[in-house]
Design a protein around this ligand. Sequence first.
Ligand code: GLC
Ligand code: CA
Length: 549
Amino acid sequence: MKEWQKETVYQIYPRSFQDSNGDGIGDINGIISRLDYLQKLGIGLIWLTPMYLSPGNDNGYDIADYYRIDPVFGTMDDFEKLLSEAHKRDIKIIMDMVLNHTSNENSWFKEALKSKDNPYHNYYIWRDPVDGHEPNNWVSKFSGSAWKYVPELDQYYLHLYDVTMPDLNWRNENLRAEIFKMLTYWANKGIDGFRLDVINNISKDKNMPNDTFNTPLDDGRNFYTNGPHVHEYIHEMYEKVFGPNKFVTVGELSSTPISEAVKYTNPKRQELSMAFTFHHVKVDYTNGKKWTLGHYKLTDLTSILSAWQTQMQRHGGWNALFWNNHDQPRAISRFTNDDEYRDQSAKLLAMVEFGLQGTPYIYQGDEIAMKNAYFTDIKQYKDHESINAYHEMLKNGMSEDLALQILQQKSRENSRLPMQWDSTKYYGFTTGQPWLKPQHHDDYSVEKVLKTKNNIFDFYRALIFLRKHKTVLVDGEYKLLNPKDNSVYSYERFNNKRKILVMANFTEHAQERDVAAGFDLILGNYGDMQLNQGKITLRPYESVMLEKK
Ligand code: GLC
Ligand code: CA
């Protein structure tokens, strides 16, 4: 068993974590000042979203210089200090690495624009116009065409994301060599791993422009998701960088079937340590569409989670477990009740996640039950994806009200609100004006939660502790009980010595269920349990973890 299989990862979105100089943007010194807090929580690794030099059109996922820290976050010295302070506390640091695209302000792209013969031109993906328009009908994930015309070259470049984020051409050996060199530079600084942004999109099909305007409008994902050479490229990174440095790596793999995720993460293949996949957080998409008011059925959620649990384990893959990240609205607002049952809901989600097989991730603020932003005006949003989607919805005839309601439910900006440290106006996040302002004052904060008895933070600590000490939670098999249950999610984890049972009531009504004889409570979000003669009554949003005696 590997250490990172027992540990918990904490995701920091630096911009919103802790500001140290009053400019309203979180920074490295801010993170350093909160390391003791994270140590107390008990996490073993931190994943930092990008802090490289960037114009910030996608909050750092648009990298202008891979070798520099953006001054907004601090200096390279600050970063090195963060690394050593984290290591002193036995916390590993995983950097986010964006290899599918760069910013258009990256010097590679600036060179690429100079001429078709420039050696950097071929670092990106270019196509000639077809009958005077885009080479094909692909839409960017941030709305609009995925192609941008450059008149000076009479060519289009591909951008699967923002128009300021051109996709890199991994077929080019020189580009790959540059990337390995750059990864090695970071490895030599002593970091402990990478989270690899949209890594399964890096290998584009040679024939991709043939996806013509006649095919139904689509994002072309079949031509670049888990493309022809992606496993080779990742294995090459493993051989050159990840393996020799004993890195912990996690790939962001959207739209990926289990069979592929197994290939990326089975250690025998020497690619990645684990995989983020997204089927469970798309469960409230209506007909596969994100920008809709969504509802979900618990059985859909549990069947997705269960398929990933059983099949990844059967084939030697490894899941990264999560409900939230900087691209997702808060799960507490989405799947449970963030109001009357806020504490219970936060703990229930934590327990369901930590009971599963894989490495659990906590996104900043989960541990104090942070919830959606509920913005009421489009002007409150900064995120390009959300703003573009809003205009697209209006263009398609939707009312402003409905479009805003959809953003309140689905926008990723919901989880980017500054971290709530105390009860002052901007929660101790900044002494200035936060880059993203909360709509309401929310009285949940670290300060308040820590003063509360049986608080959420301590509940997470208990779960982190349990995973380190009960190996059945790490290596045990998984079994879904009552697959048709639409109110209570029940599953077991077991090996030849132990058996754990997790039950979680996803409704605001009491639910009675059978429990086999011989189970004791090890953790519950109400503190006790109501078990009588083989029947448990689960109170609203109650969750329990039981162990067989
Ligand atoms: C990933 C990141 C997201 C970003 C996108 C493009 O999905 O998590 O925040 O916008 O990649 O880099
Ligand atoms: Ca700052």
